[in-house]
Design a protein around this ligand. Structure first.
Ligand code: AMP
Ligand code: MG
Length: 274
């Protein structure tokens, strides 16, 4: 049975209220064993690998996945788990941190537009142009009349990308403040995670509600039929990975990918001895 990814689409024309979704929700039954769940992710990894192989061979479609979340929301982890097994030649992750001086001296879409996918490629935006209506808004880096116009720019930009042959999928990983606390604590406690800890994340945590509000408005204003936002319950990493994988697999399946025809007739060709 097909997994109903559409249940997680933020409907165009509706105002999103994140409080309506339980971040720890899953659609699996209590009785489902860990092995079933692990097996499901393995199957999805395998399927994504096949689809991406065809996408890369065909070089006809381009796919952009935009990933956004609160700090410790699981962007890095889901990239690692969902793209396990794909050919790195055709998949690229672009991470957007604080803009450089060079980037700030241009319009905010410039740094993102430069690294959109080429034919056959999947590109994951780990943070994205959405930071320019999220971080910028919450940190007060630009006045409201500046960032508010950006919803329209973003919709226009994404419409241009889809018109020109890029499939755009956007995913918000929805976690609870309790789960964020647990993950930040783990970064303090586990030596292999210490490198991820930033005290700035604690300052941002104090602005939890402001961030949630910024996400709600950004998602409501920019979820469209052609470039939909999916809001995924992400407290459970295993469930998050399955749903993100399902979205990627079904998005690629909808492209009806095929291997390209060989450039020349192959019948009768003999490869001679050396
Ligand atoms: P990380 O993803 O943990 O490496 O953190 C990157 C940081 O850069 C986050 O705190 C983001 O909010 C911040 N950031 C990303 N894009 C922008 C932007 N356009 N303006 C301001 N801050 C940004
Ligand atoms: Mg961070």
């Amino acid at each position: 049975m097909r997994f109903p990814i559409e249940n997680y689409i933020a409907k165009p024309g509706h105002i999103l209220d994140l409080a309506d979704m339980d971040p720890s929700a899953t659609s699996y039954q209590k009785g489902d064993s860990r092995d079933d769940v692990k097996g499901r992710l393995k199957d999805l990894n395998k399927r994504l690998e096949e689809l991406q192989h065809t996408l890369w061979a065909q070089k006809k479609h381009r796919v952009l996945l935009v990933l956004q979340a609160m700090d410790a929301g699981g962007k890095d982890g889901s990239i690692r788990k969902v793209f396990t097994g794909v050919n790195p030649a055709g998949v690229r992750v672009e991470s957007f941190g604080k803009p450089s001086k060079n980037e700030l001296s241009r319009d905010y879409l410039w740094r993102c537009h430069q690294v959109v996918p080429t034919d056959g490629e999947i590109v994951v935006f780990n943070r994205s142009h959405y930071e320019d209506v999220l971080a910028v808004r919450v940190l007060g880096l630009k006045p409201e009349d500046v960032w508010r116009k950006r919803y329209q720019h973003i919709n226009d930009f994404e419409r241009m990308l889809t018109d020109e042959g890029t499939t755009v999928v956007k995913i918000f990983l929805h976690i609870s403040p309790k789960e964020q606390k647990r993950r930040l604590q783990r970064r303090l406690d586990e030596p292999t995670k210490n490198w991820k800890f930033k005290s700035a994340d604690l300052e941002q945590r104090q602005l939890w509600h402001e961030h949630q509000e910024a996400f709600e408005e950004a998602i409501s204003q920019t979820t469209t039929e052609r470039a939909p936002w999916y809001v995924i319950p992400a407290d459970n990493k295993w469930y998050r990975d399955i749903v993100v994988s399902e979205i990627m697999v079904q998005t690629l399946e909808n492209l009806n990918l095929t291997y390209p025809e060989p450039e020349e007739a192959l019948e009768g060709i003999k490869i001679g001895k050396i």
